[in-house]
Ligand binder design. Sequence first.
Ligand code: ATP
Ligand code: MG
Length: 421
Amino acid sequence: MTGVKSIKGMNDLLPGQTVAWQKIEGVFRELFELYSYREIRTPIVESTSLFSRSIGESSDIVSKEMYTFEDRNGDSLTLRPEGTASIARAGLQHGLFHNQQQRLWYQGPMFRYERPQKGRFRQFHQVGIEAYGWSSADIEAEVIALSHALWEKLGISQPKLEINSLGSEQGRTAYLKALKHYLEPHKNDLDKDSQKRLDRNVLRILDSKSPQTREILDDAPNIFDFLGESELAQFDELQKLLNALAIPYSVNSRMVRGLDYYNNLVFEWVHSDLGAQSTVCAGGRYDRLTEQLGGKFVAAFGFAIGIERLLDIIESSGQLAQLPTPAIYFISDGAACRQQALVAASQLREADFSVQMHCGEGSLKNQIKRADKSGAQLAIILGEQEQNAGKVSIKPLRDKNGIQSVVDIARLVQCVSERLT
Ligand code: ATP
Ligand code: MG
């Protein structure tokens, strides 16, 4: 095709694909309702400073992945790369955290300038939940249990849960110092990215995929040696709750998250069907976020799921969503019958039957062919002959032994009901 195409890494969702999306969206909604989470919707475009203040200047997202532009007024705006910063902003702006706790969920497109590949796009979609106002382990267990319940509801093979603690300010600062101190003498043996991160974002080195860097990391200091007593106690408490809820997990003390606002508990659900982009859901605690945005302290915990990756898992488990088919294909033979056909089709829809109308020209033979292709159960045929007699034909399309009948047009809805229910 010549002419305009979609932007690299930004996908159209065609009708054959949106069915699967709608199906999982339905599952989310039901589940969020069961857990008492309420939907929040925020704009897709925000002030750039919202993300630089929250996600962190040195993070990959802010330093190289944002779609940032100036509007006509010269203000710097950014297409949101994730949902949490916007929700914290909205919560502060509208006083949602004022002497209140909030269980919120959101969904929608996110934008990151990354190298497009399997499971990684420039416009992708996340669904997430955020619990504001609780510092305790029970909310952490609830949020993780909700994600676990989602896999069950979707009927997919369970991803694996990994948890870690990044500590609070104090422990983490000491840990980062120790990590840097340990890595510095190995600087020349680290991969290029990690060398850069040594000064800017040392924690992210733990994320490196380079085998040589990973070997060096084998003897690096462990975060758990730097956590305070109460942090360790809460991490223990969470594990007890996960055990009680029969949710299997493993502790991965190397797991870090790409966004700077996390503290203490972080977790990921990783699925083996996803290849290199194996994390389908990621989350953690971000108690400092509201303060970073100029508000007061509000404890917060949540996660985001990559919907495209979730769909990959669903597809690899062999669940294919089918496009819906209409119950009825309505054929009108000849221009004189159109008006009455449109009216009759409306009456069928009022009685909750889905009707695909043959609009425009077409011979009877051609219309019957289309009716068959539509997947409808019945074809209704209104020709001039039938019309003159106040009748209409009902032709079964799927049932080989079904017989075609001619009925009074006034009894059409009733006759269809008898056939289809
Ligand atoms: P990754 O390590 O895969 O880059 P991340 O740490 O950047 O992920 P988050 O920002 O925590 O991920 O986003 C949560 C989830 O959103 C991810 O686990 C993933 O499922 C999904 N996700 C993130 N970036 C993309 C992308 N570019 N394309 C598709 N899905 C994505
Ligand atoms: Mg990323």
